[in-house]
Ligand binder design. Structure first.
Ligand code: CA
Length: 250
């Protein structure tokens, strides 16, 4: 007799993981709109209406319920009790690397730079569209996931070996000097061999959301990387141009 409950085939892309977002915002209406938008996207959302509640909540999830860890914080700046910049500073001081997206009515360049300098990952000026907020959340969580995957052991491909922890790369048994950006680019490529990346995706992963240049920067770094990796930079074997899409490794 045939068994009806055959195990379902599952591929890595089917394994879904619920991401938990903490929304720290004292204005009820904005907070509720964010909760609604993120819940619709399948995020698990927790909220705090003031700074000290937020810190308490983070402390509890980190120490008491690590399984409920927060994957992203959406942080207003002007908050009762402890303000957003201080929360940001404190978390980074404690070594907490959770991605932080600041939302604020303060939209000058100085405000944005200050926010990023105290350790936020992205900055969105109020008023903003929920669509943009959701897109940025998704990007931040994805970037965080990539960087935790890329914190694994040694990567090897043909004649290239990359040691992530030592920031070292060997090409045909010789150590090559890469700039930090070149290193991150190669690290990303080697973590996902043959995957095609658009220039925008590479910027998002390597330069980050606060990058102000254009996509030509990617091409320039690819050229430098080829000069260091390839036997013949004009006929690359490693960093391959995929016409109309971007680049892939191998
Ligand atoms: Ca506020």
């Amino acid at each position: 007799m045939l068994s009806l409950d055959l195990p379902k085939k599952s591929s890595p892309s089917e394994i879904t993981q619920t991401n938990r977002v903490l929304v720290v915002e004292d204005e009820d209406l904005i907070r509720e709109m964010i909760v609604l938008a993120l819940s619709e996207e399948g995020y698990d959302v927790v909220t705090a209406a003031d700074g000290s509640t937020a810190l308490q909540l983070l402390k509890n999830t980190d120490n008491v319920h690590p399984e409920n860890a927060i994957d992203l914080i959406i942080l207003d700046l002007m908050l009762p009790q402890v303000n957003g910049l201080d929360i940001c500073r404190l978390l980074r001081y404690q070594g907490n690397i959770v991605p932080i997206l600041i939302i604020s009515a303060k939209g000058t360049e100085t405000d944005r730079v200050l926010g990023l300098e105290v350790g936020a990952d992205d900055y969105l000026t109020k008023p903003f569209s929920m669509r943009e907020l959701v897109a940025r959340c998704r990007a931040l969580i994805r970037r965080q996931r990539f960087s935790s995957i890329t914190q694994q052991s040694v990567r090897k491909f043909k004649d290239i070996t990359l040691y992530p922890d030592e920031c070292r790369v060997m090409v045909r048994d010789e150590e090559v000097n890469l700039s930090p950006k070149e290193f991150r680019l190669l690290d990303l490529f080697m973590s996902y061999p043959r995957r095609v990346w658009s220039r925008e995706q590479l910027i998002e992963q390597v330069w980050g959301a606060d990058f102000l240049g254009d996509t030509k920067t990617v091409d320039v770094h690819i050229r430098w990387l080829r000069e260091k990796l390839e036997i013949e930079a004009s006929q690359p074997e490693y960093v391959i141009t995929v016409r109309g899409f971007g680049y892939r490794f191998g």
